[in-house]
Design a protein around this ligand. Structure first.
Ligand code: IMP
Ligand code: MG
Length: 456
C-alpha cells in the first residue's frame, strides 16, 4: 500500500511554530521534505535547551532515520544550505548522507538578494521582504531564465564562473534599464564576493542532487510515509494571500503538492498550525494587530522576533475569520495551536469572530437609514485577502476568560484549566476543524496531543 502523506501548513503569516509540530510528526516519518519557499523561512527548533535556527533544511532533519528531501519547488541558496548542514554536522547530526536535493530546484544566485533589496527600494509601498532573493529568483524561474541545481551540477568547475557570469549579464541587462550602472556595479561586487563560496557549496551539495520526483514516488509506492513541511504561510501565498504583500511562491497545501510533484489526492492529512494569537513580520494588512500595550505584551511573552531577520513581529489577537479562510483554502483536516501558555497570561482574551465590512452598504439597513448608506456595514464572517477591501473592514471581538496559570507542564487536554479548554473548544467550534496538538512551551516536549472535536 502507498505510504501516507501529511502536509503541515502555516495558517496565517508564518512563524506559527510549524517547526515544533513538524519535529514531533517527523519522528514517525520515513521522508521529510521542504516543498516551497527558500531561505526566507526561519524555523527555530529547540532540542535539549539548544535552539537550532533552520532556513532550508526541513525541521524533520532531527529524526536521524528520515530521508531529507529539498523538493523541486524550493528556491535553494547553496551557500546558506551548505552552512546549515555544516553547523548540524559539527554538532554530530549527520545530514549529507540522507539528503536528496531536486535537480529541478531553482538556485538563488549571488545577485538575487542584491536585486531583492534593490527592487524593494523602488517600491513606494514596501513589502518588507526578507531580502533573501525570493522575488528575483521567482522572476527568473517563471521568466524561464532560471538556473536549476541540475545546471550547476552538470557544469564543470571552470564553467561555473560562466554560468554565474551569464546570469549576471542577464540580470544587469534587465535591471540596468532601471538604474543603469549603479545596480550593475553592486551586483558585480556582490557576485565577486561569493562565487568562491558557491563553488565550495556546490562541490559538496552537487553529489546530493538527483531526480527527487522519481525517488519520492518510488519510496511512497514502497509504503514509506512522507511529511511535507510548509514554509511561510497561507496569507503570504502569492495567489491566496494579500497580494502584493506576499511571498513569491505558493505555501498553501496545493503548492506543497506541486513542490514535490505529487497529486493532491495523495494528501491524507493537512495540518494547519496557528498561534493562540496572531503575528506578522513585514508589511501588509493585519486587522487584529494591537499596536498598544497588549501587542507589546504578546511580543515579549511570546518572544516574537524574526528567526531570519531578527525584526520585532507585529502582534495582535487571534483572527478566526482569517483562520476559517485558511481552513478552506488548504482543506485542513486538523489544527495545531501553539503558544497557549503565552495567551493564558491575559485575564481577558479577545478573539475576532466577524468583520464589520464597510465595502458594501447593508441593503436592509439602507432602506431604513438612507442617508447613512456608506456607513452601515455588513457584519460578515467571510474573509477577503484583498488589501483594498480589508482597509474597509474592522474586527468584531468576543472576549474569553484567560488567566490559565502555569500550564507548561500539562501534557493532557483534560488536565488543562477550564478556561484554557474553553478557549481551544471555541476555536474548534468556530472552524469546524479538530485540534490535534497544543503547544504549551518552546521545547519539543511541551506539546499536548489531543483530538478535540468541534461540538457544533
Ligand atoms: P520574501 O518572501 O522575502 O519576499 O518576503 C515577503 C513577505 O513574506 C514579507 O512580509 C516577509 O516578512 C514575509 N515572509 C517571508 N518568509 C517568511 C517566514 O518564513 N515567516 C514569516 N514571514 C515571512
Ligand atoms: Mg519563521
Amino acid at each position: 500500500m502507498r505510504g501516507k502523506v501529511t502536509a503541515v501548513v502555516g495558517t496565517k503569516w508564518g512563524d506559527e511554530g510549524k517547526g515544533k509540530i513538524i519535529d514531533y510528526l517527523a519522528q514517525k516519518a520515513d521522508i521529510v521534505a521542504r516543498a516551497t519557499g527558500g531561505s526566507n523561512a526561519g524555523h527555530r527548533v529547540v532540542i535539549n535547551g539548544k535552539a537550532y535556527p533552520l532556513h532550508l533544511l526541513p525541521s524533520g532533519v532531527f529524526n536521524p532515520n528520515a530521508k531529507i528531501v529539498i523538493g523541486n519547488g524550493v528556491y535553494v541558496d547553496p551557500v546558506v544550505l551548505y552552512k546549515e548542514i555544516k553547523a548540524l554536522e559539527d554538532d554530530g547530526i549527520e545530514v549529507l548522507s540522507r539528503l536528496y536535493i531536486s535537480e529541478k530546484a531553482h538556485v538563488v544566485m549571488p545577485f538575487h538578494p542584491v536585486l531583492d533589496e534593490y527592487e524593494e527600494s523602488l517600491r513606494e509601498n514596501k513589502i518588507g521582504t526578507t531580502k533573501r532573493g525570493m522575488g528575483p529568483v521567482a522572476q527568473d524561474k517563471y521568466g524561464r531564465f532560471g538556473t536549476r541545481m541540475l545546471d550547476f551540477v552538470s557544469a564543470k568547475q571552470d564553467v561555473l564562473h560562466s554560468v554565474v557570469d551569464d546570469q549576471i549579464s542577464y540580470a544587469s541587462r534587465m535591471k540596468c534599464k532601471l538604474e543603469n550602472e549603479r545596480i550593475g556595479l553592486e551586483i558585480a561586487m556582490a557576485c565577486g564576493r561569493s562565487v568562491g563560496e558557491y563553488e565550495e557549496a556546490i562541490k559538496v551539495l552537487g553529489k546530493r542532487v538527483c531526480d527527487t520526483i522519481s525517488l519520492v514516488h518510488q519510496w511512497l509506492e514502497a509504503g514509506e510515509n512522507l511529511l511535507i513541511e510548509g514554509a511561510q504561510a497561507t496569507l503570504l501565498d502569492i495567489d491566496a494571500g494579500s497580494y502584493p504583500f506576499t511571498t513569491s511562491s505558493n505555501p498553501i497545501a496545493s503548492g506543497m503538492c506541486t513542490g514535490v510533484a505529487i497529486g493532491p489526492t495523495y494528501l491524507s492529512k493537512v495540518i494547519g498550525v496557528l498561534k493562540a494569537y496572531d503575528s506578522r513580520v513585514g508589511e501588509g494588512p493585519f486587522l487584529t494587530e494591537d499596536t498598544g500595550v497588549n501587542g507589546s505584551k504578546i511580543r515579549e511573552l511570546g518572544h516574537e522576533y524574526g528567526t531570519t531577520t531578527g525584526r520585532p513581529r507585529r502582534c495582535g489577537w487571534l483572527d478566526l475569520v482569517a483562520l476559517n479562510y485558511s481552513c478552506r483554502v488548504n482543506g485542513l483536516t486538523g489544527l495545531a495551536v501553539n503558544h497557549l501558555d503565552t495567551i493564558g497570561n491575559f485575564a481577558k482574551i479577545k478573539v475576532c469572530v466577524a468583520y464589520k465590512n464597510f465595502n458594501e452598504p447593508n441593503p436592509v439597513e439602507c432602506e431604513i437609514n438612507n442617508d447613512e448608506r456608506r456607513t452601515v456595514p455588513y457584519v460578515t464572517k467571510e474573509f477577503t485577502s484583498e488589501v483594498q477591501k480589508l482597509k474597509n473592514c474592522e474586527p468584531i471581538y468576543e472576549e474569553l476568560d484567560g488567566n490559565f496559570g502555569d500550564i507548561s507542564k500539562v501534557r493532557r487536554f483534560k488536565d488543562l484549566p477550564k478556561n484554557a479548554q474553553n478557549y481551544l473548544q471555541f476555536i474548534a467550534d468556530y472552524t469546524g476543524v479538530p485540534i490535534l496538538y497544543v503547544g504549551v512551551g518552546p521545547g519539543r516536549e511541551d506539546l499536548i496531543k489531543c483530538n478535540l472535536k468541534p461540538t457544533k
